[in-house]
Design a protein around this ligand. Structure first.
Ligand code: SF4
Length: 427
């Protein structure tokens, strides 16, 4: 998500984003230092970028430990740390100075986005005040620092004016927004808003574009956004990383809101907003997870009917408290549990998508392809209000697509569903 922020800034300065190494003058690698496999992946990505391109700047979590990178890849031009956007941009300016373009420099901001993108990530805070036992993000990124609400709203407004049709609100803990600032009031567009999650949602809901909330925890105050979703002000979508459902596992994980009765809460949310789509991630095979605790997770998933699910086997992270917990689960058992869990998640996804067949849905079109299967037909790929880009499902759209572009909203009838995706026709 930090990548998106860097890209947005670079694009607005007139840089073009190359689709491959060969076409790039410079490569920025955004790394993750969170789990061991991600560190390896990041180091491999840096190695690949050096081999294929040669001019490489590294940023992100792993940048907090430049030694680790430079030992393996001394050719790297610059290493910048986590959320050091300005340092990344300075390094890019240094190694690839922006070309002055008198035409571009005079055009209004919507013209500056050389690679038009109809969705954008809106980061509302950095860091995290939680202390989940499997996570070292608070050590890497520090405590919660919320951005000022007027600053966030100005950025959102600017993006909307520049043609963005969907904002994806992100942070480590979106429901905690403003708690570090003690919820100050601001005045915007003739209204008063407090710097807190619900008012952020209310204010973004006035922009007239899709607003999607990610990384929300199931605290009681979240209930207040459901009416906004039911009224169509923000998307009826919540991305809540539940991670588990057994209270004893959640306690060992030290998860925020671990004592909440999440099933009752989800039921209440769906009563207010029946169209609500829930996305979540889970960890299976956390240290000490018993058969009974895993069974509790499966039963919870069946009851909660989570629409979109990602799941991972627990793996230790260097420096995390969970490493000291007793009874690490063998990988073979973790794998078995992951397969069982994902099988159920897939069945729920298929059933819930199937319920949409026959309905008319508003879709946001992500791309349009001329005759991709040599049938003479145009095919568009879009998403419903229940699908976040890059992580959720897609909708293949056929029919009268002549006036359709990427970034168009269309009304289409859903005609088929599979496990994760939909097909639709514009009538
Ligand atoms: S909420 Fe927990 S998992 Fe997420 S960043 Fe904070 S400590 Fe890590």
């Amino acid at each position: 998500m930090d990548s998106e922020r860097i890209l947005t800034q670079l694009r607005s300065e007139g840089y073009r984003i190359a689709p491959d190494y060969a076409g790039a003058d410079l490569v920025v690698v955004n790394t993750c230092g969170f789990i061991d496999s991600a560190i390896e992946e990041s180091l491999d990505a840096i190695g690949e970028a050096i081999k294929e391109n040669g001019k490489v700047i590294v940023t992100g979590c792993l940048g907090a430990n430049p030694q680790k990178i430079l030992e393996q890849h001394p050719q790297v031009l610059r290493v910048t740390g986590p959320h050091a956007y300005d340092d990344v941009l300075t390094a890019v300016h240094e190694y690839l100075p922006p070309r002055h373009d008198p035409f571009l420099d005079l055009v209004p901001e919507q013209g500056v986005r050389l690679t038009p993108s109809h969705y954008a990530y809106l980061k509302i805070s950095e860091g995290c005040n939680n202390r989940c036992s499997f996570c070292i993000i608070p050590d890497l990124r520090g405590r919660l620092v919320s951005r000022r609400l007027d600053d966030v709203l100005r950025e959102a407004e600017r993006l909307a004016r520049a043609g963005v049709k969907e904002l994806l609100v992100i942070s480590q803990d979106t429901s905690a927004y403003g708690s570090d600032l003690r919820y100050p009031e601001i005045h915007w567009q003739g209204e008063t808003f407090e710097t807190r999650f619900v008012d952020l949602s209310r204010a973004l809901g006035t922009l007239g574009i899709w607003v999607r909330m990610h990384y929300v925890y199931p605290y009681p105050h979240v209930d207040a956004v459901l009416p906004l979703m039911a009224e169509g002000k923000i998307l009826p979508y919540l991305d809540i990383p539940f991670q588990h459902a057994s209270p004893s596992v959640l306690k060992r994980m030290r998860r925020p809101a671990h004592a909440e009765n999440t099933l009752r809460r989800i039921e209440a949310w769906r009563a207010i907003c029946p169209d609500l789509t829930l996305r979540s991630t889970f960890i299976v095979g956390f240290p000490g997870e018993t058969d009974a605790e895993f069974e509790q997770l499966l039963q919870w998933l069946k009851s909660a009917q989570i629409d979109r699910v990602g799941a991972f086997m627990y793996s230790p992270v260097e420096g995390a408290k969970a490493n000291a917990l007793a009874e690490h689960i063998p990988v073979s058992v973790q794998q078995e549990r992951l397969d069982t869990f994902m099988q159920i998640a897939q069945e729920i996804s298929a059933q819930r998508l199937n319920q949409k067949v026959g309905s008319i849905q508003t879709l946001l079109i992500d791309s349009v392809m001329e005759d991709p299967d040599q049938s003479g037909e145009i095919l568009a790929i879009g998403r419903t209000r229940g699908d976040a880009p890059e992580v959720d499902g897609i909708v293949e759209v056929r029919g009268n697509l002549d006036a359709i572009r990427s970034g168009s909203f269309v009304e289409a009838r859903i005609v088929a569903a599979n496990d994760y995706d939909l097909e639709a026709v514009i009538e």
